[in-house]
Structures are given as C-alpha cells and as structure tokens.
Ligand binder design. Structure first.
Ligand SMILES: *Cc1c(COP(=O)(O)O)cnc(C)c1O
Length: 355
C-alpha cells in the first residue's frame, strides 16, 4: 500500500533526493566508494558542498554580503549561537511557540531579552500582531513557522531592527527578502535533508560586533572562512540537501513551491472547515501552509482514536498531533505531493460518511 508521510520531522523528502542519496551510498560520484566512507576533503565531496551552498544562494536570491554555512547541533544550537554572535546588550523576541520559547531561554544567557509579545496564554493558537520593538534592540528574532502549533508568519516583518529567524520548518516554501535579515537558520530535517545538518544564512557585517570571546566552533566566522569545512561536516545530509535543492530548482524554484504549497494547504483547510467531524486549531489568518493542525469537533471527541486508526490503515503516516495540541497534525512540507493531501481528504470524507 502507498504510504503518505505526514510526519512533522524528520519528514518527507522528494523521491529524487531518496533515490540519488541511496545510489551514492553504494557508489559516490563514480568513485567506487560509498558516500558514507569518503573524505569530506575529497574533490568529489568538496564539489557537492560548494554546489549546495551556491544553490541555496540561487534559490533564495541571497544578495552579496551574506554567506551560507552548514553547521552541526540542530536548530537548537542556533538558539545559543545567534545571541552569542549577535547580541551586544539587548534583543527582541516574539514568543509564538515551543521553539520560540526555547530560543528565548537561551538568549537570556547573553543579555537582556525583550519578549515583545506572546500568545502562550492562548496555547500559541495565533501570531501576536501588535508589538513594539525597542529602538536599541540588536535584532528581532521570530519563528517563521510554528511546527507544533500550526501557525506561520509568511512574510518578512517590516520593523526597524534587523531580523533573525528560525525557518526550520518553512524554508524554501516561499521567496524571502534576505536583505532584511542578520541570520536565518533552519534544521534540515523538515524541508531539506535527513537530520544532522543545519543551514544558516549569515549577513557578514552583522558579525564581529560583540565583545565577548566566542568559542571557535560556535563562531559563525569560523565556518564561513573555512566554507563549512572547519571540522568534518555531516557528509551524507549535505549530499541529500544538494539533491533536494536540485529538485527545487527543477520544480521551478521557491515561487513555484509556494504556489503549490498554498494550493495543498487550501484544499486541506477547506475540508477541515467543511467536514462536520473536524475543526482547525490555529487562528484562520495565521494558518500554516506547512503544518495543518486539527482536532475532532467537541461532539465527536470520542472518535479521535478511531480516526487515527482509520487513517493509518489507509496509509496515512504520522498524522497524530503533538501532545501540546492533541488531535491531528498533517505536515505537508515542500516534498509532499498534492495527491497525498487529496488521499487524506478522501479519508476524512469517508470517515464522515461512516459516522
Ligand atoms: C524542529 C524544529 C526545531 C528543532 O530542531 P533541532 O534540529 O531538532 O534542534 C527548532 N525550530 C523549529 C521551528 C522546528 O520546527
């Protein structure tokens, strides 16, 4: 039976990525060696790493003055690397979910953190809109897509301060105005590659402003200068990332991905709103086009486990919601075909008929 992978992360990758990565595990670039056993400094791999960084720049239209690096430690390490490298005295943070609040916790180790707004009291079901960023903030940090709560800021906020964003779960889902940002970071395991690598896009003149000493491995400049080869980078995830980036380019780039993502999300939200068994959990204007969260309507609450079993039996994988929201979460990242979203919708309609 065809499986439809709605998992929140690690998550679905394109067939192109999986097939090419599998082939390279057997024989990498005609070397007769496995990708898993070649030197990161071999000429064949250096080409992979360089091409991947160049394609990130091409796809996201990264202007001069920015560098792309591949790092270890997940998006979670960026919660500390960002303030370590960028915070002189004070930074502004928007608290829109679990990941945002984890970032806030780390930033407090480095200076004054102004949490300009929070939707915590509403279980992060919406994105606060009325907030003021202090004039003297070194940067404004926000999470563009709240993977757990299914809300998204699908725009580059218009504020005076330089932006910093955790785009782990929606990078490459839309064009971005990079010039507004100091740092953009993303753990790879949602829209790029298997777990193990983190992408960062760093504005070079945002660096070197802080007085504190920065440990070598936590200094963006270390990795920029050595083109992500200061120490052994995660070779396999970077190879897989290159495949995904090539696939994005073949699909028509991020503008084409955005169009398709909007279509996929629209048909699924339409069904959630129409189907008498279900309701969405995120504020309508803030709904994510990457993670679609929904629960059973109150009068059908007792059917939750049944629907999970019914959908799972029909090939839907990973739709159980995060424990902080309950119900269901369909993660429909870039690599998710529209036909899989249609399969989930058919499942919801069939279940409605039966009840
Ligand atoms: C998954 C996720 C993280 C955590 O990433 P790790 O690589 O596991 O540290 C952080 N932020 C967002 C928005 C995420 O979706």
């Amino acid at each position: 039976m065809k499986k439809h992978n709605f998992s929140a992360g690690p998550s679905i990758l394109s067939d192109y990525t999986i097939k090419n990565s599998a082939a390279a595990v057997e024989n990498f670039a005609g070397t007769g060696l496995s990708l898993l056993e070649v030197s990161h400094r071999s000429k064949e791999f250096v080409v992979v790493c360089d091409e991947a960084r160049a394609l990130v720049k091409e796809l996201l239209d990264v202007p001069a003055g920015y560098e792309v690096v591949f790092l270890g430690g997940g998006a979670s390490l960026q919660f500390c690397m960002v303030p370590y490298n960028l915070m002189k005295t004070k930074a502004a943070y928007l608290d829109t979910g679990t990941w945002a609040s984890n970032a806030i916790k780390e930033a407090k180790l480095f200076g004054e953190v102004d949490v300009v707004a929070s939707s915590k009291d509403a279980n992060y079901s919406f994105i606060p809109k009325d907030y003021v960023i202090p004039e003297d903030a070194d940067y404004f940090h926000f999470t563009s897509n709240n993977t757990i709560f299914g809300t998204e800021m699908r725009y580059d906020p218009d504020v005076k301060a330089r932006l910093v964003s955790d785009m782990s779960s929606d990078i490459f889902s839309r064009p971005i105005d990079i010039s507004k940002y100091g740092v953009i970071y993303a753990g790879a395991q949602k829209n790029l590659a298997p777990a193990g690598v983190t992408l960062a896009i760093v504005r070079e003149d945002a660096l070197g402003q802080v007085e504190r000493p920065i440990p070598t491995m936590l200094n963006y400049n270390t990795h920029i200068k050595k083109e992500s080869m200061f120490n052994t980078p995660p070779v396999f995830p970077i190879f897989a990332a290159l495949q995904t980036l090539q696939w994005y380019k073949q699909q028509g780039g991020v503008a084409a991905m955005e169009k398709l993502n909007i279509e996929k999300a629209a048909i699924l939200y339409d069904e959630i709103d129409r189907n008498r068994l279900f309701k969405g959990t995120a504020a309508v204007e803030d709904r994510s086009i990457m993670n679609v969260c929904f629960v059973m309507n109150d009068e059908y609450k007792e059917l939750e486990a049944d629907f999970n079993a019914f959908a799972t039996a029909a090939g839907m994988s990973g739709i159980k919601g995060h424990r902080s929201v309950g119900g269901f979460r369909a993660s429909i990242y870039n690599a998710m075909p529209k036909s899989s979203v249609e399969a989930l919708i058919a499942c919801m309609q069939e279940f409605e008929k039966q009840h």
